[in-house]
Design a protein around this ligand. Structure first.
Ligand code: C5J
Length: 224
């Protein structure tokens, strides 16, 4: 068990029932020439989350926790990409168009991969999702149920899009979600701040917000 400082209140968490969920730390969102860049974003703004995520990932692995990574992206034939999603952005750099990291937001292309700093280990599930939420049209819920997971520590990008959508989906399914603020990032700092505030508001309407530092200190004093 750990006692974790969080907003709106401290939590007791059983690590045996907890997974670390790392959302979409992909080159397509984090590096120039990918999907995020094609939509006109300053992708360098997301890099601030890499080091805190790496620390948390290392700690979760050391504790033997379940670690799950997600990737947003589509089949090469785009049969799972809603036309309304593909139609957004400049035609030359839409989903499926060729870019410096291969076809934009397409599975199997270099840009679709998770950044080297947070590369999954062979035994860590990677959930490929066609949407923003990690539960939508994936087997994530089945994996969590099979491993009796009740709590999710959530990291990744972007705070107000895929992290938020996933936390909302998880909250509706009964999971306790703790979003680690410094392990998430947005192209829009104000959306990051507001997105986190929205999670913890109203007594934790979607979940809790904590930080990598608070998790580290909780882990250092964990009890059986
Ligand atoms: C976006 C994501 N921003 N992973 N995806 O389109 O947040």
């Amino acid at each position: 068990m750990i006692a974790l400082k969080a907003n709106p209140g401290a939590l007791q968490i059983d690590l045996a029932q907890t997974a670390l969920l790392i959302i979409d730390m992909q080159r397509d969102f984090m590096e120039p020439g990918g999907f995020g860049d094609s939509l006109g974003n300053d992708v360098s703004r997301l890099r601030v989350a890499i080091e805190p995520c790496r620390r948390v990932l290392r700690a979760a692995r050391a504790k033997g926790m379940l670690v799950i990574h997600t990737r947003e992206g589509h089949r090469p034939d785009l049969s799972d990409a809603p036309p309304a999603k593909v139609a957004r952005g400049k035609p030359s750099s839409r989903i499926g168009a060729p870019g410096p990291m291969g076809r934009i937001l397409v599975r199997g292309e270099p840009g679709h991969g998770i950044i080297e700093e947070l590369a999954p280990l062979d035994n860590e599930p990677v959930v490929d999702k066609p949407g923003k939420g990690a539960f939508y049209q994936t087997d994530l819920e089945l994996m969590l149920r099979n491993r009796r997971i009740a709590n999710l520590l959530v990291c990744g990008v972007t705070t107000e899009v895929c992290v938020h959508t996933t936390v909302r989906e998880a909250n509706d399914r009964g999971y306790i979600c703790v979003v680690l603020a410094d392990c998430c990032a947005s192209y829009f700092p104000e959306f990051h701040a507001t997105g986190l505030a929205m999670i913890a508001a109203q007594g934790g309407i979607f979940g809790w917000v904590s930080s990598s530092d608070d998790l580290m200190s909780a882990l250092s004093t964990s009890t059986a």
